[in-house]
Design a protein around this ligand. Structure first.
Ligand code: CP
Length: 341
């Protein structure tokens, strides 16, 4: 095994060398000054590129069945999800286990939160047990940041209200980059419930930071006010909006965040904004289809389009989720001074 030039510290390689485990080829480490991952807005292009490069190496390691690493040996990851999740929670769990961590999932429904304990007291309780990382999802925007200010371990935002879902944007970017080879210059359409979507917000920040152009396509009721200020083009007609697009990312109607009715009916919504082959032909012939999941088939996307193996990246998005969360856990749990509040 080749060690890097002196002065270049590559923890994954060095850890694997000590233990004899097979190691992913990791990029040269950069200065990553963040204690937590709360949003894409906090990250520079170099930091995003570094996380994507590291994720890519973990993706290859996972595909090659490279086995369990010990990068997080003797460290503990706690998943604290106040909102439902299949993909994010499970992939954090898998990511932690593949890095050798002890992983605990708090079942919020059976926890002392049900007895009235606050999110802050819950976080401080877990912190006192010397967790090394918390992956947290909450229905309120800003709740994960608030929690991060009360603990000394790394906190990763698994989605806070309609605000941000940073690991989702990273895994989307990784899936795109692996197929298209780059992000710079791509034209990406985000279609559907932009108003309530943390996935849309994190993707807008990431894609623009990395030099892609972003369009949002939705009925006026599902576009937040002053959307253009984020530098995106806004379309209300799906066929016009899809013209020349390289990537078509569909978003679910977030009914759990809606008060009142934002669309006349599901049938009408699918007719005007559901992705089918008829509308897709307005995008580039090699345009790729994405969806963060969970999908509502027949509402925002037609089943045949979603399952089109040549054009749909949806399964790859899920696969990349484990690799991206391994990279984020690796970077954020590297040795740091104890700053217990
Ligand atoms: N994409 C996503 O966040 O899915 P889950 O709600 O299943 O985690």
């Amino acid at each position: 095994m080749q060690f890097p030039e002196s002065g270049t510290y590559i923890p994954a390689l060095m850890t694997a060398a000590k233990t004899g485990l097979s190691a992913p080829k990791v990029p040269a480490e950069i200065d990553f000054p963040h204690r937590h991952l709360l949003g894409i807005q906090d990250l520079s292009p170099d930091e995003i590129t570094y996380l994507l490069d590291l994720s890519d190496s973990y993706a290859e390691h996972n595909r090659a069945r490279g086995g369990k690493l010990d990068i997080m040996r003797d460290k503990t990851l706690i998943n604290l999800f106040f909102e439902d999740s299949t993909r994010t929670r499970t992939s954090f769990e898998l990511a932690g286990m593949r890095l050798g961590a002890d992983v605990i999932n708090i079942a919020v429904a059976n926890s002392s939160i049900k007895k009235g304990e606050t999110i802050i007291d819950t976080a401080m309780t877990l912190n006192a047990m010397h967790a090394d990382a918390l992956a947290v999802r909450h229905s309120n925007a800003g709740a994960v940041k608030l929690l991060s200010e009360k603990v000394n371990c790394a906190v990763i935002n698994g989605g806070d209200g309609s605000h941000e879902h940073p690991t989702q944007a990273l895994l989307d970017a990784l899936a795109i980059r692996r197929r298209k080879g780059h992000l710079q210059g791509l034209l990406v359409a985000l279609c559907g419930d932009i108003a309530h979507s943390r996935v849309a917000r994190s993707n807008i920040y990431l894609l623009q930071t990395m030099g892609a152009r972003v369009r949002v396509i939705a009925p006026p009721t599902l576009i937040p006010p002053a959307m253009e200020r984020l530098g995106v083009e806004v379309f209300h007609d799906m066929r016009a909006g899809l013209e020349d697009c390289d990537i078509v990312m569909m978003l679910r109607l977030q009914r759990e965040r809606m008060e009142g009715s934002f669309v006349p009916s599901v049938h009408e919504y699918f007719k005007f904004y559901g992705l089918d082959y008829d509308k897709l032909q307005h995008a580039k012939p090699d345009a790729l289809i994405m969806h963060p999941g969970p999908m509502n088939r027949g509402v925002e996307i037609d089943s045949d389009v979603a399952d089109d193996l040549d054009r749909s990246l949806i399964r790859e998005q899920v696969e990349m989720g484990v690799a991206v969360r391994m990279a984020c856990l690796d970077v954020l749990t590297r040795d740091r001074p104890d700053t217990t509040p």
